[in-house]
Design a binder for this molecule. Structure first.
Ligand code: TRP
Length: 334
């Protein structure tokens, strides 16, 4: 990918508890790759305002925020290359959010599939935050005037709405914001172990591998993973469950692992229990390093907090510039 030095790339995740290997290979590792390829500036943040729109325990939140920051770093994000910050440290984002609300048609938000999914899951708590979530996301992206947003397919609709909001704002108040694009790099899609037709998600117990799972737990979960529903007749096309195991092996195993297992699959001699146990070993090995780094970082929370405070200052400065410009354009100041 070719990018200019002026390009700004921004992404984030919600601090809602331990990540799973789908987040890891789908988002985190992708960001790590981008930090080395990308000529422009990279921002990765913790979406703690967003996370308030779903049920949660406030007593756990501070720890979840700091843990996610540690996980960003443990996965390999380099604080020299990426500005890591916490969304709520930049209150300017909420002002921009309000202003964007006034140019966003309700009908556009009603179409958002994530809103429909989430409101289906928490019927007793369909709050305004859940509904206007994508408008806040637009504010995240446009506050630093980011032009590229590396996200998974499930977030493309939100980035497209961000483009609409930028355009609506520019049309009404004058050219101010870029129209950002989603950056869809070749990222593997990790599916649920028990429901391999769906993306891996924390909402299905037993169907995901947490980055905090111990080796025995990883093995147990993989052993239960769905493979073929009946005899295999066409070896050129793997079932969703088997394909998912191969995807994971490709991510966590060696090139030899790939080749050996693929050959065995093709000649019909592959025992899925062997594939699963090898995969369990490889994932556990990989996560051991990640977990050691994470623990070391979390043993010194003061250092993490210092980094976040420094970055908040930097990002706020930029945010205040944008908000100043916006206030003038919308007639809130001279
Ligand atoms: N909605 C994103 C998710 O669920 C998280 C997010 C919030 C985000 N604001 C963002 C991602 C801005 C990219 C850019 O994964």
């Amino acid at each position: 990918m070719k990018t200019g030095e002026k390009d700004i790339l921004l992404s984030g995740m919600q601090p809602t508890g331990p990540l799973h290997i789908g987040n890891y290979v789908g988002a985190l590792r992708n960001w790590v790759r981008l930090q080395d390829q990308f000529a422009g500036r990279l921002f990765v943040f913790v979406a703690d305002y967003h996370a308030m729109s779903e049920n949660y325990d406030p007593k756990e939140r501070q720890e979840q925020i700091l843990t996610l920051v540690a996980e960003y770093l443990a996965a390999g994000l380099d604080p020299k290359k990426v500005t890591i910050y916490v969304q709520s440290h930049i209150p300017e984002v909420t002002e921009l959010f309000w202003i964007f609300n006034t140019v966003t048609p309700v009908a556009f938000l009603e179409r958002m599939t994530q809103f429909k999914d989430k409101s289906g899951r928490q019927k007793e708590n369909i709050n305004m935050g859940l509904f206007s979530y994508p408008v806040l996301q637009a504010a995240d992206i446009l506050l630093p005037k980011a032009s590229l947003v590396p996200v998974g397919l499930d977030q493309v609709q939100h980035v497209e709405l961000t483009r609409d909001i930028a355009r609506f704002f520019n049309n009404r108040f004058g050219e101010t914001f870029p129209e950002p694009k989603p950056l869809l790099t070749e990222i593997p899609k990790v599916m649920g172990l028990l429901d391999p037709e769906k993306k891996m998600s924390k909402s299905v117990p037993g169907s995901y591998i947490s980055l905090m799972d111990e080796p025995e737990e990883i093995q147990k979960k993989l052993r239960r993973a769905v493979t073929d529903m009946g005899p295999v007749t066409d070896r050129s096309k793997k079932s969703a469950g088997v394909q998912n195991l191969f995807t994971l092996l490709h991510e966590f195993g060696t090139p030899e692992d790939d080749a050996i297992m693929e050959r065995a699959y093709q000649d019909g001699s592959l025992k899925y229990s062997e594939l699963k146990d090898l995969l369990a070993l490889r994932i556990a090995d990989h996560l051991a390093t990640f977990r050691a780094r994470r623990a070391k970082l979390l043993a010194n929370p003061a250092a993490l907090e210092r980094m976040l405070a420094t970055n908040a200052k930097k990002v706020r400065k930029m945010a205040q510039q944008t908000v100043k410009e916006v206030r003038q354009k919308v007639g809130l100041s001279t």
